[in-house]
Design a protein around this ligand. Structure first.
Ligand SMILES: [Zn+2]
Length: 304
């Protein structure tokens, strides 16, 4: 039994197919001169893309508590206030607005932080391109990052209308829309969505501002999502014929892949400017480690 057939959790965006597809297309659409190990690692990256949803489990309550709000941000809660650039400043803003950060969601911070983890790993790769541990680290960070970036391109992950339209009188209509949209990519094949190359990628110095702009763009599709909802098939129905719903699915999945690939490219470019700490000697541990020796003495000896 695959996750596709289980009862959908409303906080789980895009079914596993949606995440797997977006991560795969993001990696495949990187420029030709992108490091080959990364492009060859496409299956590992795509594998990891599903994990932030897998980690949400009754068996891992603390992790689930942390994880849940990383997948969305209901941007309407923030009104015309500017999102601060760091997570803890955001928590302060939430306090000021009398909102819980877990209610608003923290996705832009998760995305920026994971992109910066990837930047760090790439900066090490630039110094030691043959180190297999560093390569593996890049693939893992990229896979996890792709989950959150793809979630953000599911429009309902940016909105208070995340599972039904919330009217001013407090009434809610079109409940259940979230699961319907989540399941849309699983009704199409990878090649139906990604036959053509993605649009040229962006490489951004300021990943947070880029991410917030992309969040607002995604939010602008909420209206279209609600207009199309009556034409969307039931979650478990694998047939998808309506051309407008197909176009919406293809467009949002491609946006997820484009955003993810742009974050990979940004991490790669930004890693040029990042120095590996002077005290970090990966070779000593990864290649020369001897449990009978004191590493620093060993290093001093080999320097003689
Ligand atoms: Zn998610």
């Amino acid at each position: 039994m695959t996750a596709t057939w289980m009862l959908p959790d409303t906080t789980q965006a895009w079914h596993d197919e949606g995440h797997y597809y977006a991560a795969m297309a993001a990696t495949q659409n990187l420029p030709d001169d992108f490091p080959a190990f990364f492009k060859d690692g496409v299956k590992t990256i795509a594998h990891l893309s599903i994990d932030p949803d897998v980690m949400k489990s009754r068996a891992t309550p603390q992790l689930t508590n942390l994880e849940s709000s990383e997948h969305y941000m209901d941007i309407e809660f923030i009104g015309n206030r500017k999102l601060p650039k760091t997570r803890y400043e955001f928590y302060k803003l939430c306090e000021e607005l009398d909102l819980s950060p877990t209610k608003v969601g923290t996705a832009p911070y998760a995305i920026t932080e994971w992109t910066q983890r990837l930047t760090t790993a790439f900066s090490e790769y630039r110094k030691s391109p043959d180190n297999p541990h560093i390569q593996m680290k890049c693939l893992i960070y990229a896979g996890i990052l792709s989950h959150y970036s793809a979630d953000m391109k599911m429009p309902l992950h940016t909105s208070i209308h995340h599972n039904g339209y919330v009217h001013e009188d407090g009434s809610i209509t079109q409940k259940g829309i979230h699961a319907k949209i989540d399941s849309l990519p699983s009704k199409l094949s990878f090649n139906q969505i990604f036959k053509e190359k993605l649009a040229p990628l962006a490489s951004e110095d300021d990943v947070f501002t880029f991410t917030v702009d992309e969040l607002h763009k995604s939010n602008s599709y909420v209206k279209q999502a609600y207009e199309l909802e009556p034409k969307m098939p039931a979650t478990r129905d694998l047939d998808l014929y309506d051309k407008d719903v197909i176009a919406f699915t293809v467009d949002r999945e491609r946006a997820a892949a484009w955003f993810t690939a742009s974050l990979y490219l940004s991490a790669w470019e930004n890693s040029k400017k990042m120095e590996v700490p002077f005290w970090l000697d990966r070779d000593l541990f990864d290649n020369q480690f001897d449990p009978d020796k004191v590493p620093d003495k060993q290093k001093a000896e080999s320097a003689k």
